[in-house]
Design a protein around this ligand. Sequence first.
Ligand code: CTP
Length: 411
Amino acid sequence: MAVSRTGERPRVVLGVSGGIAAYKACELLRRLTESGHDVTVVPTASALEFVGAPTWAALSGKPVATDVWTDVHEVPHVRIGQSADLVVVAPATADLLAKAAHGLADDLLTNTLLTARCPVVLAPAMHTEMWEHPATAANVETLCGRGVVVVEPAEGRLTGKDTGKGRLPEPAEIFELAMEVLARGVAVPDLAGRRVVVSAGGTREYLDPVRFLGNRSSGLQGYALARAAAARGAEVTLVSANVTLPDPAGVKVVRVETTAQLRDEVVLAAGSADAVVMAAAPADFRPTTVSEAKIKKADDGSAPAIELEQNPDILKEISHDRQRPGAVVVGFAAETGDDTGDVLDLARAKLARKGCDLLVVNDVSGGAVFGSPDNEAVILAADGAAVEVPHGTKGALAHVVWDQVVARFAR
Ligand code: CTP
C-alpha cells in the first residue's frame, strides 16, 4: 500500500455519480477499505437514488454528504479535496464529466474536484450514444489534457437490452488502476495524450481444428505493461494472444490466436501509436498446412510428420518499417546463454538484428519467469545504455520500461 503525503493511511475520495453502475462502486469501496485506505465517499444526490447513504456510511465507516451545507464548520467542500491523496469517481456520468471539464461546483463532489491537487481518476459509465456524443468527447479531451486519468469504458451489456461501449470496467480492475495511480502520486501523468500498443500472451498455430503448437507465455508481463500505461494516462491497445486474465480497466483489448493475426492487429494499431511494446511470445513457425478435419491416428503406429514454415517477425517489421516517425519500439528477449556467448552478448546481437530501440532481456535459464508474478531484467538500448531492473513484480518492471520509453520521447 502507498503511504500518504502525511505518512498516514492514504486518503482516497470515492466520488459516485448518478448512474446504474453506482452499485459496482460498493465493491470498489470494499476493496479500498480492506486494503487499508482511509476512504471518504462523496455521492451526488442522484447517486443516492441508486444506492442509499447508509450503504456508503456502513462500508466506509464514515458519514456521507452530498451537499456543501452539512458540517459547514468543518468546511468540507474545501477540506476533503485538499487533504486527498487520490480522487476516484466511479461511475462518472456524462453530466459529471461536463461539470468537471467546465469547473462547475454545485455540490460536494464537484467542489472536491476543484480543490483536489492530487491525481484524479474518472471512470465513466453511460449509454454508447452519450459516450460518443461530441460534447462528451470534448469534455474527456479537456480533462485528459489537464492530467486527469479518464478510464475508457468497457464494451458489453448496458442497462436494458442495449449492448455497446459504456460499461463501467470491473471494480477489481478499477481498483488495480487506482492503486497504480496512487502509488505514482503524480498529478499529471506522463503518458497523457500518447497512444501505445502492447502485445501479450503466446500465439497458437493450428495443426487441425483441435490441435495447435503453442508456448508457455501467460500474458502477465504484457497485461502489467498495459495496466501501467493506462495508469500513466495513455490510450492503450492490448493485442492479446490466448490470455485468460481479466481485461485491465481503460484498455482496448483485441483478441487474436495466431502469429499472422497478431501481426495484422499490431501493424494496424502501430500506424497511429507513439510506442509499441512487443511482450507477446509469437510462435516463430507454423504448420505449412492446417488440416480441415481432425488428424486421425494411423493403425500401424506411425506418427504424422509436421512440416513447418516461418512466421513473420513482427518486431523486426515494425522496427524497420516505422509508420510513425519518432515512435519508440520495444522488444522482449527471453534468453539462455550458450557456447556462442552469454545472455547479454546474444541480446545485444538480437537488438541490432531486430532494429528496435529497447530490448528487455530476461535470463530464462531456469524457466522461472513463465506464469510468475515476478521478473528481473536488463533493458538494453540501441543508443548503448543498459538499465538493470532488480528482482521485483512484473508491474514494477512495466513502469521502468515506460520510464525508458518516456525518456526517449523527450529527445
Ligand atoms: N517476436 C516477433 N515476431 C516473431 C517472434 C518474436 O515480433 N515471429 C518478438 C517478440 O515479441 C519479442 C522479440 O521478438 O519482443 C524477441 O523474441 P524472441 O523469441 O527472443 O526472438 P526470436 O526472433 O525468436 O529470436 P531467436 O533467434 O532467438 O529465436
